[in-house]
Design a protein around this ligand. Structure first.
Ligand code: G4P
Length: 529
């Protein structure tokens, strides 16, 4: 039992979020270098889709292949087991990222010192803020000319609606970048621009008035730093771990991932303050990680890239108890017992079969079509985890079968791709036609390509004028108002995969008019309400 608690307490499961190009991949790689999980830079491949490659299927395939490998990166550092969950930065895959965020216990937000807060950062941080996920901010690329530190901290507070406090502070910037003062550890780390050194040399400066500071960075920079820190102390609250854990205070670090500078400080502080696996709300009760019985949920499903094994990998986040190989578990939605002979655990860039995993860990289970996103596994208890909603898609097309001989394959392919959460399927009430809704336009190409290569089916698309899909809720299905709504809007009604009624509004205007005309009906932008 003692061992069990120890294992839970030494786990930190988190995600790194950023706008593309802020330096997420570079930072991930440096963190892995610290853990000794990889030996050289360049081992972690960026899985982003470069601009202009949207129609290049090989690129999509390549990116998907890589993202399987980097879905979970685990390593040990100072006896702490760290699990990094990959979150795609490309906006067309934002839903994938939202789902992954349901499986993290905290996040690190990477911001480019020159670009500041960007669009994708805003969206992702908002999701974390709504769920009170503890966040640490890393301001990257200090070796380049960028915005002033105070200006950036201001921008983060304003645009991201956060309450920040710097735990490190830059001394100069860009050409003049001398290093950082670590407020958390009270020392100065000098910037040499040598990315190879993995243990930085720091000089302890307990008292900022100490002349040693002048000797280290020069009198002008030392004076500047003293002034800035004094100002910062007046403006920002003192760091308090509990407030951070509650999601109400975000510590900020400065550095340069590419130069491996400021990364150790970030990591050392992270393992001290970041949360151990957190309890999770289910439909019946709050489940704590140190409970005896295993529970976990599927937050991601990935097709296997090996053409010889066309099965899929379902990623399970362990919430409570121990997950053991070859033990019987209940698949709650299917009310079916299952056991797994070769669960995968993830290490730096590889996966291995594992006998036991603990809360906070991710296991990959081979799946032939039993799982869908959000499914819960337990040791027998009838509970389901909540909080993986579908979001209202933005792009819609009819999907047609282009090869009548392969209609079975097409059905199966669509079914499984929807379970993976690649897109959403709506079936029109009026005529039974299938409509695919996606968050980004790129998914249509991914679906077409995968249907052909994985299921041997061909599809074509047809345009359809839909502005938004909203989930319909009514208290009284028999009311005259609801009956009228169903009659008048019959052309625009569909069912989603789980049979919920969806209204496909063709414009913002018609959505507003409909809302006004039927005040007792609620129109939701996510499937969970
Ligand atoms: P992402 O995963 O968030 O999309 O960003 P990624 O790490 O791929 O970094 C984006 C670009 O920014 C890369 O350059 C990377 O080398 C650079 N970069 C990351 N950290 C720093 C830093 O601290 N300082 C500076 N100056 N640059 C940094 P690239 O030219 O787009 O790609 P590559 O050809 O170097 O891979």
């Amino acid at each position: 039992m003692k061992q069990f608690h120890k294992e839970i307490n030494r786990r930190r499961t988190f995600g790194i979020i950023s706008h593309p190009d802020a330096g997420k991949t570079t930072l991930t790689e440096k963190l892995l270098l610290f853990g000794g999980a990889i030996q050289e830079a360049g081992a972690v491949k960026s899985n982003k889709i470069k601009k202009g490659a949207t129609s290049d299927f090989m690129e999509i395939e390549r990116q998907r292949g890589i993202s399987v490998a980097t879905s979970v990166l685990a390593f040990e550092y100072k006896d702490i087991k760290i699990n990094i969950l990959d979150t795609p930065g490309h906006k067309d895959f934002a839903e994938d990222t939202f789902r992954t965020l349901t499986a993290v216990d905290s996040v690190i937000v990477v911001i480019d010192v020159a670009k500041g807060v960007e669009e994708q950062t805003e969206k992702l941080v908002e999701v974390c803020r709504m769920r009170n996920i503890p966040m640490i901010v890393f301001i990257n690329k200090l070796d380049r000319e960028g915005k002033d530190a105070f200006e950036l901290l201001d921008e983060i507070e304003q645009k991201l609606n956060l309450k920040v406090t710097p735990l490190s502070f830059p001394i100069g910037m860009g050409y003049d970048f001398k290093g950082i003062y670590n407020i958390w550890e009270k020392n100065v780390n000098l910037f040499t621009g040598d990315p190879r050194k993995d243990i930085e040399e720091t000089v302890k400066i307990e008292d900022l008035q100490d002349e040693a500071l002048d000797d280290l960075v020069g009198s002008k920079a030392a004076e500047n730093l003293r002034d800035e820190l004094e100002l910062a102390q007046g403006v920002y609250p003192e760091f308090d771990r509990q407030t951070y854990l509650d999601g109400h205070l975000q510590p900020v670090f400065f550095g340069s991932a590419l130069n491996n500078f400021g990364v150790r400080e970030l990591l050392d502080c992270f393992i001290k303050i970041a949360p151990t696996p957190r309890p999770k709300e289910s439909d019946t009760r709050l489940v704590k990680p140190d409970e005896n019985d295993f529970t976990g949920f599927v937050f991601k499903i990935h097709a296997n890239m090996d053409p010889k094994h066309r099965d899929r990998l379902a990623f399970i986040k362990i919430v409570s108890g121990k997950f053991e190989r070859n033990k019987n578990y209940l698949h709650v939605r299917n009310n079916k017992n299952m056991k797994f002979s070769s669960p995968n655990a993830f290490f730096a860039e590889k996966k291995e079969i594992v006998d036991v995993s603990y809360p906070g860990d991710i296991v990959g289970l081979h799946d032939t079509g039993n799982f869908k996103i959000g499914d819960t596994l337990t040791e027998g208890e009838n509970l389901m985890y909540k909080g993986i909603p579908s979001f209202s898609p933005e792009h819609f097309r009819y999907i047609n079968n282009a090869d009548p001989m392969k209609s079975k394959q097409l059905e199966k392919g669509i079914d499984q791709l929807m379970d993976e959460g690649v897109a959403q399927l709506f079936i029109l009430e009026m005529n039974g036609r299938k409509v695919i809704g996606t968050v980004g336009a790129l998914q249509f190409e991914v679906i077409q390509y995968r249907l052909e290569h994985e299921y041997g089916a061909k599809c074509t698309y047809e345009n359809l004028n839909v502005h938004k899909a909203t989930w319909v809720e009514t208290e009284d299905e028999k009311s005259e108002e609801f009956k009228d709504f169903k009659r008048v809007k019959s052309k625009y009604l569909a069912k989603d995969k789980s049979g919920q009624l969806v209204f496909l509004a063709d414009s913002q205007f018609s959505l507003q008019m409909t809302q006004q005309k039927y005040p007792s009906i609620k129109f939701h932008f996510t499937s969970e309400f």
